[in-house]
Design a binder for this molecule. Sequence first.
Ligand SMILES: Nc1ncnc2c1ncn2[C@@H]1O[C@H](COP(=O)(O)OP(=O)(O)O)[C@@H](O)[C@H]1O
Ligand SMILES: [Mg+2]
Length: 385
Amino acid sequence: MKIASAQLRNFRNHTETELEFKTAANALLGENGQGKTNVLEALSYLCLTKSFYAANDGTVVQQGKDFFDVRGTLLLDHGTEQTIRVSYDAAVNRRRYFVGEKEIVTFSSVIGKYPIVILSPENSSITFGTPADRRKFIDLTISQSSKVYIDDALEYRRTLRQRNKILSEAARKKMLTAADKASLEPWTEALVTRGAKIILKRAQFLREFAPYVSDAYAAIVEDGEAPATAYEPQIACSPDDSAAAVEERYRRMLEEKRADEIKTGASLVGPHRDEIAFSLNGLRLRTYSSQGQHKTFLVGLKIAEFFYLKERCSETPVFLLDDVFSELDDPRSTRLVGFIENLAQTFITATSESVFRNALQWNDERQKIFIRNGAPVSEREMITA
Ligand SMILES: Nc1ncnc2c1ncn2[C@@H]1O[C@H](COP(=O)(O)OP(=O)(O)O)[C@@H](O)[C@H]1O
Ligand SMILES: [Mg+2]
């Protein structure tokens, strides 16, 4: 897929921005706070129906306005052109998504059609952060390739909330009444059936994903470090287990934890407590690795994600790289930007074009877009400012 153009209206600091894109690298350049990342966020709305980081559409609407609107044209691998429109009306807090004239009501049906791989500063939490950050990463990757998984994950989250509500009530009363017990029962069963599906899918995903990570690493690192990504589910499981077997184990562990659950008022067993272990040469990344190794690992994961999604979605993902080169040393950035923009259409934000100096030749396929104060400006305007 390629993104041919985008129009942003009342979208953060972009009042009325129209952009045409090139098929290889699109560098978005400008000082901090000018609206570069906002452009990437708009592309995320077009491709995923939502922001890649804002939880709340309301904060995206330009201050003082009551709606935003993003339009764009996508060119799919097999040649079809699609016009996308995402609009949000603050008065009714409603986001709408259109492909051509047709409104898409079920947003999850869009996920995976227009895959994107995002690398942004927030992503450092994937390797540095908590297990929840790693679960979020694999969930987003699996979601882009499996609609069933999205539905299971949403339903699991809803079930967990309901079940925790009953448990926290029990914790407050310091007991589980017969009525509470009766209302807990169906939620426990729902948690177990949905949860087992999620666990099995994650196990399967990590088994399939591992070779992609090794390949990506081999492509970007010269010194032959061996990366590993391993699933460490709370409920032991192999991808070949039957759902019934995982459910049975799950039920048993919940029973064992019942007293603790009533004491703490929360569900203590399930995929919401899984860990995904990253390691290099057999050593845990979190405990043993340097800053540089963390960054390289993250880039490796993202390149692996690219190839994985390309295959699973039968559509070439677009890369959105937000500020990633500010922190990498020069030769490495140069190599990386060259490598990535050979794979796919790439959008890269940076405050200075120096990171591209040796990597890219500006030509028909590559361009610099200068952004100032929420609008594109010419290079000349940029220099004379
Ligand atoms: N809802 C909003 N309305 C108006 N301006 C906004 C809104 N949200 C963010 N901004 C502005 O957008 C700018 C940040 O844009 P961003 O794309 O993150 O900058 P950068 O070029 O550093 O990537 C800031 O000036 C911020 O005030
Ligand atoms: Mg930014």
